[in-house]
Write a new protein. Structure first.
Length: 452
């Protein structure tokens, strides 16, 4: 059988032949609507046993790619192949036996019962005049149970909520029994419990050998569940690879036009993205040393890293929130080779710094070597940010800095953005700041930052 000749495949999962073509293969896909280029030169594949997340801003072209894979949209250029055959050469029934879909729009034109909607998934497997047999009934029952919709099987599809309709359409796709499932924002209408349950279910299908491609807005969810992420922006692929290699500060900034801090979820160990609004300071990286610990210092570190600055920290206790966030910026940068602050690190010599975070064991005082290491980082920085009141061991660190910007411990999250203004002033041509008077370092509230 030639590559372009349609050859029907059995429902379910194909064998493990490594020489077999991938279940989904998109090459040089381009689609235009009038004068608008929806997608241009898109390449992607999905293998058996792989969940690929399709992420990107609104209007990036994600739904267009999914429609082309389903065969409901003819591309202007490029090819889409399902198990080696061009989707444009397959009949509707043949396509329906290879790929099932969960659409973003949950609206249905007719007042069907929920079970009847799920039974529609069996249509590609029926003969022209045949009805449902025992296998079809079993497939529908299993799909409804898996999606958690069996309890309202006899209810009108118009009588269930938007989130419940989303799960009904997922059940319909499961009943279809295809080797490939494509999902367009499958968790958009779901509460957090059903969103997690849905992706857990898709993950289990993939672990059994199916191929799945899902457009997902929630980047943390995509990082948690997907084996690979394809990032689309302006109709083009901007990244394709494991979540930690695609979800980087630079890539997200380019695709979403937003400042982003990429850390690690303490619960799952997967990348976690926190977005901030862009400021003019984001494009001008600097080297900033942070003195202080606790959650406020952690937010300062995250905001500076999101803006692209090379951040150092210390002295702080091991396990401090700020140390954890700073370690995330280093780990993400090292893992991606082009992530959170690599450009700033290179410009400011941090790639040659063996330890940009100076920590000491909890409840222990810093050694002279610890203080000297932190003081050297402060002296080399364009700006040192002092969070709260410095404990005695950190006074020498602050004294080593040329410029110091204080952040009061009562500063709100929005107020942290003021640190970016201070960074810009510190590296500007007219920056001129005097030494900070540390003779009275207590805040107006009389409180102090976390030690040391």
């Amino acid at each position: 059988m030639s590559g372009d000749a349609p050859g029907d495949v059995a429902a379910g999962v194909s064998g493990s032949d490594t020489d077999a073509p991938p279940p989904v293969d998109v090459s040089d896909l381009s689609v235009s609507f009038g004068d608008l280029d929806a997608v241009r030169d898109v390449d992607l594949t999905v293998e058996h046993g792989e969940l690929v997340g399709l992420v990107g801003p609104n209007g990036a072209g994600k739904t267009t790619v999914l429609r082309a894979i389903k065969g409901t949209l003819d591309p202007d250029a490029g090819t889409v192949r399902l198990a080696g055959d061009r989707v444009t050469a397959l009949s509707a029934a043949e396509t329906g036996r290879r790929v099932a879909s969960v659409p973003q729009d949950t609206g249905l034109s007719f007042d069907f019962r929920v079970r009847h909607v799920v039974e529609m998934g069996r249509t590609p497997h029926l003969g022209r005049f045949s009805g449902h047999d025992a296998d079809d009934v079993a497939a529908v029952d299993e799909a409804m149970a898996a999606a958690g919709v069996e309890r309202f099987a006899d209810r009108s599809i118009r009588a269930v909520s938007g989130g419940e309709r989303q799960r009904v359409l997922l059940a319909r796709a499961l009943a279809q029994g295809t080797p490939v499932v494509v999902l367009d924002e499958p968790t958009a209408s779901l509460d957090v419990n059903h969103a997690v349950s849905t992706l857990e279910l898709v993950r289990s299908l993939v672990d059994e050998g199916r191929a799945a491609l899902a457009a997902i807005h929630d980047l943390d969810m995509a990082a948690r569940y997907c084996d690979r992420i394809v990032l689309i922006a302006d109709g083009r692929v901007h990244g394709d690879g494991p979540p930690e290699s695609v979800l980087t500060r630079d890539t997200l900034s380019e695709a979403f036009d937003a400042a982003a801090f990429v850390g690690r979820s303490p619960a799952t160990g997967t990348p976690s993205v926190t977005a901030f609004p862009r400021t003019e300071d984001d494009a001008d990286p600097a080297r900033v040393h942070v003195v202080g610990g606790g959650r406020l210092a952690a937010r300062v570190v995250a905001r500076l890293a999101a803006a692209g600055h090379a951040v150092t920290l210390g002295v702080v206790p091991e396990g401090d929130a700020a140390a954890t966030v700073a370690a995330d910026t280093v780990a993400t940068s090292d893992a991606t080779g082009g992530g959170s602050t690599d450009r700033a690190d290179a410009e400011h010599g941090l790639t040659d710094v063996s330890n940009p975070i100076v920590t000491v064991p909890s409840f222990e005082q810093p050694t002279d070597a610890d203080r000297e290491a932190a003081a050297a980082l402060a002296a080399a920085a364009d700006l040192t940010v002092l969070v709260g009141e410095p404990a005695e061991p950190n006074r020498s660190v602050v004294s080593a800095a040329d410029r110091v910007e204080r952040v009061d411990i009562e500063t709100t999250a929005e107020g942290i953005d003021g640190v970016l203004d201070a960074v810009r002033a510190a590296i500007g041509e007219d920056a001129s700041r005097g030494d900070t008077d540390l003779s009275d370092t207590r805040t107006e509230s009389g409180e102090t930052a976390d030690p040391p």
